[in-house]
Write a protein that binds this ligand. Sequence first.
Ligand code: ACO
Length: 329
Amino acid sequence: MYASLKSIGAYVPKKKLTNADFEKMVDTTDEWIVQRTGIKERYLAADDESTSDLATNAAKLAIERSGLALEDIDAIICATITPDYFCMPSTACIIADNLGIKHVTAFDISAACSGFVYALSMAKAFIESGMKKNVLIIGAEKMSSIVDYDDRTTSILFGDGAGAAIITGTDDKKKAILDIKTSSDGEYQDFLITEGCGSKNPCSPEVLANKQQFLKMKGNETFKLAVNTLTKDVFEILDENKLESTDIDWFVPHQANYRIINAVAKKLKMPEDKVVLTVEGYGNTSAASIPMAINKWFEDGKLKDGELMLLDTFGGGLTWGSALVHFNA
Ligand code: ACO
């Protein structure tokens, strides 16, 4: 029994924030943002919309497209760095309740932008070990809840959204998730960090006054590591599976920055028309970025049954991961 990706779904919130909007908020220009990142617009959740709401909408679509009944789902994993609540309950438990799924294994994982690939690896292990039959995995983020909109270096990058997938079993290797690799290096923990409101610096008036509840990023240092790590990662997974980049139907990189994606795709000799790109329209949605990108390609009629995707991601921690995934629609 192999694990396979059976269906995909996503949810994009309604409120659009364009680069022109940012020109009115901070000292920036559309030209700078497009040149340095490739981002033109991103979507933000409403004030009364939380991460679990975004996730529930994406999950409903993935479940409907899988053809499964709610009672068939025996695990829910939500990857997020913007959970509904600090500590508990987990966002996955709230999603289960929203969906009306009772008595199910449900938990969150935190691996920043790599969260979806991490969740995918856990779902694969659950299915292939026989512990679970149908796992709902979700990458969902309300990044706007941890972004400082006075900080031009980070605010322009992020958007909100959610993507979900159903992972289930197959005995057909040509429809399977072939391999997943995940890794991390905590030496770079301060490259992407929210310093406040955790156990190290519990929430206090001082922490809030210093804006330590917000995300901070060493952008330039992160950029260089991202290009090198993402490139090394894809070559390793291709080599170990005796595949060439020409065997890949779709390269689905984490959507953080067009320049990073372009640099990695070039090293991989991946033709432009095989690179899945959504960063222009969604910005960086962290753990939601890869499933939102897969969903866009599916809804646009580009991603077909049986095609092989190469996922490649990188984020806070630092964490990274890659995966070879057939679409088993
Ligand atoms: N508008 C105008 N100027 C700006 C802006 C802005 N929005 N932001 C920064 N600048 C300025 C800086 O102040 C700096 O000015 P200076 O030269 O006078 O000091 C100049 O532009 C260059 O700044 P850099 O930070 O060197 O710009 P860079 O080319 O590196 O681009 C960016 C910044 C887009 C953040 C890039 O470094 C990047 O994409 N980094 C990687 C992000 C990433 O992959 N993160 C991992 C995933 S995220 C997660 O896990 C949650």
